[in-house]
Design a protein around this ligand. Structure first.
Ligand code: TRP
Length: 339
């Protein structure tokens, strides 16, 4: 049986937080361990440049995110783990795709439209601060996906449209350059997992860097405890029954607990566990799950060359595929040596 190719990218901005861990990193690492699929995971550092023009931050964040995935046990023999910018064929394919992608398709992209709408609402020039990177970023993402013939692309809801655009672009390319019987590019499908938890942040809204309400994944124990203490609660005293289902403390608990532990905490809420107590238990539960990885993470950050070696190993594997894809694609469009 031919294995399905599953591919996803992680934009290298910011420091991973518990929401990223529960919603994306943990499920992806689990999926890559089953061996049912061929798994491609990459650091989308070209994408980072769209959001962040601080070179130090882009660089630092690439290192932290790579170290995070490695520390959490990503098996780089099973999954192909690489950095986008190491695959020189990706920007090359991006250009070829740009030349078949209708501008109208990009006009409809949510991220771009949202930026234009915000400018208009503020009485600004509609294109204020909108770069070509932001405008055409779905084409770069299409190249990421189509380069490796990905069948499935696990994403958050905000990225569904981009995977559909990659599909449209692939169809267009095939229509122009390939025979019906032998398409060159594989049409990808998005996968949205409704079962993974969307974690709440300190203020009860979705945990997100843009709300500034996150708990970073690898804090020291002390800092982790401090952050957990900042989770908003109500004023109920110890001894007063509390509603677990409207509580962020309970919601985060659930994301780390097994069924028995969840039932126990539900019971403790009914019996009026104090907030301080509940938070202490939450700290222990999280710390137990990520404590060893934190040590590996700190170790790795002290040895960037080892992280780099892992990325180079992934890049070598990835380049075998990207080079052969580019041979096909270049030939299809008429760009090859004279003979
Ligand atoms: N744009 C995605 C995000 O912001 C990251 C990404 C880049 C990606 N290339 C990709 C995801 C290819 C899936 C496939 O989350």
């Amino acid at each position: 049986m031919i294995k399905q190719r599953v591919l996803t990218g992680i934009t290298t901005t910011g420091t991973p937080h518990l929401g990223n861990y529960v919603g994306a990193i943990r499920p992806a690492i689990e999926a890559s361990q089953t061996g049912d699929n061929e798994s491609f995971l990459f650091l989308a550092d070209y994408h980072a440049l769209i959001k962040c023009q601080d070179p130090k931050l882009v660089h630092q964040s690439t290192m932290e995110i790579a170290a995070t995935w490695l520390a959490l046990g990503l098996d780089t023999d099973k999954a192909c783990f690489y950095r986008q910018s190491d695959i020189r064929e990706i920007p090359e394919l991006t250009w070829l795709l740009n030349c078949v992608c209708g501008k109208g398709l990009m006009n409809r992209a949510h991220a771009y439209k949202g930026a234009v709408d915000a400018n208009v609402a503020n009485n600004e020039d509609p294109d204020k601060a909108i770069t070509m990177g932001l405008f055409s970023y779905p084409v770069l993402m299409a190249a990421d996906i189509l380069m490796f013939g990905a069948n499935k692309v696990p994403v958050g809801k905000d990225q569904i449209q981009h995977v559909e655009m990659a599909r449209d672009i692939a169809q267009r390319f095939n229509h122009i350059y390939a025979s019906k019987k032998k398409p060159i590019l594989t049409l990808p499908e998005y996968v949205v997992d409704d079962n993974v938890a969307i974690l709440q942040g300190l203020d009860g809204r979705k945990m997100s860097k843009s709300y500034g309400n996150t708990i970073p994944l690898f804090l020291t124990e002390k800092q982790l405890q401090k952050h957990i203490n900042k989770i908003q609660t109500n004023l109920l005293e110890p001894g007063e029954a509390k509603d677990p289902d409207s509580s962020t403390v309970f919601q985060i608990w659930q994301a780390f607990a097994d069924e028995t532990q969840t039932a126990e905490m539900r019971q403790a809420f009914a019996e009026g566990i104090g907030w301080g107590d509940a938070k202490k238990r939450l700290f222990s539960l999280i710390n137990e799950e990520i404590g060893e990885s934190r040590e590996r993470y700190n170790d790795l950050l002290a040895r960037p060359q080892d992280i780099e070696a892992e990325l180079q190993k992934g890049a070598e594997k990835a380049r075998k595929l990207s080079q052969s894809m580019m041979d096909k694609v270049r030939e299809a469009v008429g760009i090859y040596g004279l003979k």
